[in-house]
Design a protein around this ligand. Structure first.
Ligand code: KIV
Length: 281
């Protein structure tokens, strides 16, 4: 049995200043590839809505969508810790509903923890979920489910009031018991200060290099997104390679070059002769 990355490894990594790696995945083959490459943790993010399902934002993603994709990811993973996002409105309708939805992601989806967005407004739900035995990761800064409140995709925490609010929320989430916190699109010096001030590891996205770990959306890493956000880095042009493979396939089929005998199946000679006679009538 391979050893799983767990909440204890998150904690140990913070203590030993070992950076934590996290990437998003939404399907079995990508999750398997990442796990075999050695990533510490895999987030089934609700970015699913944009990068896989073609929605404009994450507010359309449902519990059923998250369950479907979490199941696919967990089937491909042996070592990494799989964390699933709680989608829009799945933790805002009362604690019982929040615990039920978090429980479904673990019980049916097979992940080991859930992530949810927000600060002081969600600490009661976080406490209830944790008391059911479910580890919770927090998410502050730019929180995509609130895109309509922010008026678009914008870095958060640039002013003293907003910076103070994010820092206070981070402390409140730690007090509520989250094992880790994602800080998204927060000025790097603020993210560095928050990371130092907390005992739990802070995983940054667009929040600089002083966080305790990093997460990126896999489509951004592989150049599969429709654009590359400022905070991301394209490590491979998989879209370019894929488009050229598809163009080659189309050309070879049209020219009759593919398939060859190597790609085809043979049948017994007698059977062939017989069926040939029958079909020719
Ligand atoms: O949904 C997601 O992919 C996320 C990451 C951007 C942290 O929440």
């Amino acid at each position: 049995m391979e050893k799983r990355f767990t909440v204890n490894d998150f904690d140990e990594s913070k203590k030993s200043r070992r950076k934590i790696t996290m990437l998003t995945a939404y399907d079995y083959p990508t999750a398997k590839l990442m796990d075999e490459a050695g990533v510490d943790s895999i987030l089934v993010g609700d970015s699913l809505g944009m990068v896989v399902l073609g929605y404009e934002d994450t507010t359309k993603v449902t519990m059923e969508d998250m369950l479907h994709h979490t199941k696919a990811v967990t089937r491909g993973v042996k070592k990494a810790m799989v964390i699933a996002d709680m989608p829009f409105l799945s933790y805002h309708l009362g604690r019982i509903e929040s615990v039920r939805n978090a429980g479904r992601l673990l019980g049916e989806g097979g992940c080991s923890a859930v992530k949810l967005e927000g600060g002081r407004a969600v600490t009661d739900d976080i406490r209830a979920i944790i008391s059911a035995g479910i580890p919770v990761m927090g998410h502050l800064g730019y929180t995509p489910q609130s895109i309509n409140l922010f008026g678009g995709h914008k870095a958060q925490g640039k002013t003293i009031d907003t910076a103070r609010r994010i820092a206070e929320d981070a402390r409140l989430l730690q007090e509520a018991g989250v094992f880790s916190l994602v800080l998204e699109c927060v000025p790097f010096r603020l993210a560095g200060l928050i990371s130092k001030s907390l005992e739990i590891p802070v995983i940054g996205i667009g929040s600089g290099n002083d966080c305790d770990g990093q997460v990126l959306v896999i489509h951004d890493v592989l150049g599969l997104g429709s654009f590359s956000p400022k905070h991301a880095k394209v490590y491979a042009d998989v879209a370019g390679i894929s488009a050229s493979a598809v163009r080659n396939y189309i050309e070879e089929v049209k020219e009759g070059v593919f398939p060859t005998e190597k790609n085809s199946f043979i049948m017994e000679e007698d059977a062939y002769k017989q069926i040939e006679r029958e079909l020719k009538g």
